[in-house]
Design a protein around this ligand. Structure first.
Ligand SMILES: [Zn+2]
Ligand SMILES: [Zn+2]
Length: 181
């Protein structure tokens, strides 16, 4: 899903202003990759102002983002209410090497992609402990049963080799959702 805004069409001149709203589903895949798809999970109301050399973006993003519980690995809704205040540079109006603008949001080819702005702002709101519930009992490392739903009869024995990948994922999520090196 492309969250692109045609800046040259909507705000052709310095001083132009545009209000825009929208919605999408936001899902944190695999512990670290925030993806957007058509839906109503989050809604945004933004004000865009064309200034000299760039665009000022202010507004609010509210709704729920689907996170993955690091104990039971099930998705759960995490509510967000984010005030955004960002700016993006008009790539065509920058001077000097592109490296000088690393880390800046850019309007490239007259188009502003909201995805990286949303991704960064939403990621800052995520809790350190991503659990569906403080009382979540997680999954059994031996048989993979979701202990919130069912009880298993496994004792505290060695982890089944077939479930190693699941353990790996769980460990990764517990380490703050870092991508594998
Ligand atoms: Zn859980
Ligand atoms: Zn078990």
């Amino acid at each position: 899903m492309k969250l692109a805004i045609d800046i040259e069409g909507a705000l052709p001149r310095v001083g132009d202003h545009e209000h825009l709203g929208g919605a999408a589903d936001a899902v944190l895949e695999d512990g670290y990759d925030l993806t957007f798809s058509p839906g109503e999970g989050i809604q945004w109301e933004l004000d865009l102002h064309r200034i000299s050399g760039g665009i000022e973006i202010t507004g609010r993003v509210t709704g729920v983002v689907a996170l993955q519980c690091y104990r039971c690995l099930e998705p759960f809704d995490f509510p967000v209410d984010i005030r955004m205040r960002e700016h993006a540079l008009m790539a065509a109006e920058t001077v000097g090497p592109a490296d000088d603008y690393a880390g800046e949001y850019m309007v490239e080819g007259g188009v502003l992609d909201l995805e990286p702005l949303f991704r960064d702002n939403i990621a800052l709101a995520f809790p350190l402990k991503r659990v569906c519930d403080e009382a979540c009992r997680g999954i059994c490392p031996r048989c993979g049963a979701n202990l919130n739903i069912e009880n298993c009869t496994c004792g505290p024995e060695a982890v089944d080799a077939r479930l190693k990948p699941l353990e790996e994922l769980k460990r990764r999520l517990e380490n703050g959702g870092e991508a594998p090196a």
